[in-house]
Design a protein around this ligand. Sequence first.
Ligand code: GLN
Length: 446
Amino acid sequence: LTEAAYARIAETDERIGAFLTLNEEAARVRAAELDQAGAAKGLLHALPAGIKDNIVTKGLRTTCASQFLSNYDPIYDATVSGKLQDAGAVTIGKLNMDEFAMGGSNENSSFRPVRNPWNTDYVPGGSSGGSAAAVAAGQVYFALGSDTGGSIRQPASYCGVVGLKPTYGLVSRFGLVAFASSLDAIGPITKNVEDAAYVLQTIAGHDRMDSTSADVSIPDYVGSLSGDIKGMRIGVPKEYMGEGIDPKVKEAVLAALRVLEDLGATWEEVSLPHTEYAVATYYLLASSEASSNLARFDGVRYGVRADDPDNLIDLYRKSRSQGFGQEVKRRIMLGTYALSSGYYDAYYLKAQKVRTLIKRDFDQAFEKYDLLVGPTAPTTAFRIGEQIGDPLTMYLNDIVTIPVSLAGVPAISVPCGFADGLPVGLQLIGKPFDESTVLRAAHAYE
Ligand code: GLN
């Protein structure tokens, strides 16, 4: 399987651009070890895996697709990287992304863009575009991505694969390079829902190395895929089916709802009234947290250091000016502004309060429904270059994934057909820590 993965990469990745670093030598040694008689057989035995390049891997270059970390070789494994190893997966390499996970098209990678395997003139989505494209192109069996405001679900949707963002805190963030710590979540990108259940089973669980990791017992996700969703109550947020949603995407979602109905579920419209404030709230909070998290990149502790500084301040300034790309700088400036004294109450604090209102919309809906269903993204993939000059349009692509991130609840994207030859994604959103229901419904649908 390892050889097949590298052969497929050799054949396709010049066009796709999913990988930033390959782990060929170590992967072959590892595969040979797993091949030996008597080798322990974990849940993911010998399966070729790709890991997004913001998840640290011991001794294997981890760049976050940033010039700043272009020479960074971590001295430890993220908790999830270790768990994959323990389960027998083979790390094939590190996957391309938007720099520091900021973006929704993979055009913000400072190395090269990723192309959508279904049509290479189109973006794969982002920021886990490399992860989604690698799975869609058959280069790896599964990949890990990270989702702060949609970065697993939206690229999964654009590339016609499955992407699961778990409940905040279910999967350890230890070793994930932080973007917005109160929102970041690691999850699987896979070819089907069953695979997603296997990978989640492997990576979920409490970790004392992450203070926000939840101490909850982990159910049998794979065992919950019974196919039975009779009597399941589904709410369809009307804000997710209204203005700005491509009619063809809406049509595909309505067709999927009919399938769920045939399987014995019932659905009706529900309102999440604060949806319209989600994008603004997210960009204030995520940028604020990013500006604080990215302060650690000073040219002293990590990555590339600028040459010939005049003094310490100049070293910081030069290293950060040279190391960060345009979008990352935009976020740092936005976030620093929102957190600055005099503006804090008006922006950051206000956004925190609105976040609570958005969370309450979900709490209320889940009093009545087991699941919320809608599109994953308002459109299918767009052309490379089409939106890159217009950050606001780009930000609006996450209009239906961001509220879920702000609420911290789990959601999956599964393929639900095509529009104009490109995949459409169906988003199924669950109660906190109720990944089992999300997976069961997605599996029954698929
Ligand atoms: N596209 C969103 C952003 O640019 C989401 C990114 C993410 O989830 N990492 O912030």
